[in-house]
Design a protein around this ligand. Structure first.
Ligand code: GRF
Length: 215
């Protein structure tokens, strides 16, 4: 068996995606190790989940720093010491600056609740409903310096049905999210997927468009 993928997971809240990665590791379906769980919110429930599973946690509150650069620098120092293979943003609600992103090029992943490039930013479910959209979805992408930008690796869609609320869409999306992050990390761990110079390679071939995830 190859060496476990080393992960640092960054959260701000509930941590259900973190939980899905923990569960995949503990069930043996993902060969990875979570080296650190980092939160910018002291009361993030994800920290409770991490502690329950014996993981290292670290809180770095952005409010303690006068500006983004200083917050990023502290986070960067910590992560350079941890030196994970991948930095997994899982509901991490801070924008990371270009210096930070450059320091970990090809190693930062994010999950976003929309079919990117549609609905970057916040409140994606509300905006989709207000627009009368008939489908919505989830994307996992490589993080670049622009908000919710960077090549999309894996995407899944679901239908918006009459009467659906924001909570309904969140539930449908999260059900997919919890399968997608473990799947994508599995591919990175077994070299089915590779990221080099901002480009994605799936089974050695350049990936020109996102992989459509089917549960
Ligand atoms: C997810 O729905 C993700 O798409 C978004 O933030 C949410 C985090 O949920 N970026 P959780 O903290 O993993 O439960």
């Amino acid at each position: 068996m190859s060496k476990p993928l080393q992960l640092a997971i960054l959260i701000s809240g509930n941590g259900s995606n973190l939980q899905s990665i923990i569960d995949a590791i503990e069930s043996g379906s993902l060969n990875a190790r979570i080296s650190a769980v980092i939160s910018n919110e002291r009361d993030a429930y994800g920290l409770v989940r991490a502690t329950r599973h014996g993981l290292n946690t670290w809180v770095v509150e952005h409010r303690d720093y006068p500006d983004r650069d200083q917050f990023d620098a502290v986070l960067q120092n910590y992560l350079e010491a941890v030196n994970p293979d991948y930095i997994v943003l899982a509901g991490f609600m801070r924008i990371l600056g270009p210096g930070f992103i450059h320091a970990f090029e090809d190693r930062i992943l994010n999950i976003h609740p929309s079919l990117l490039p549609a609905y970057k930013g916040l409140h994606t479910h509300r905006r989709a409903l207000d627009n009368g959209a008939t489908e919505h979805g989830v994307s996992i992408h490589l993080v670049t310096a622009e908000l919710d930008d960077g090549p999309v690796i894996l995407q899944a869609s679901y239908p918006i049905e009459a009467g659906d609320t924001v909570q309904d869409l969140q539930r449908k999306g999260q059900r997919l999210e919890h399968q997608m992050y473990p799947q994508l990390l599995r591919w990175l761990g077994n070299d089915k997927l590779a990221i080099k110079g901002g480009q994605l390679f799936y089974e050695q071939a350049l990936l020109e468009k996102p992989i459509h995830y089917r549960p």
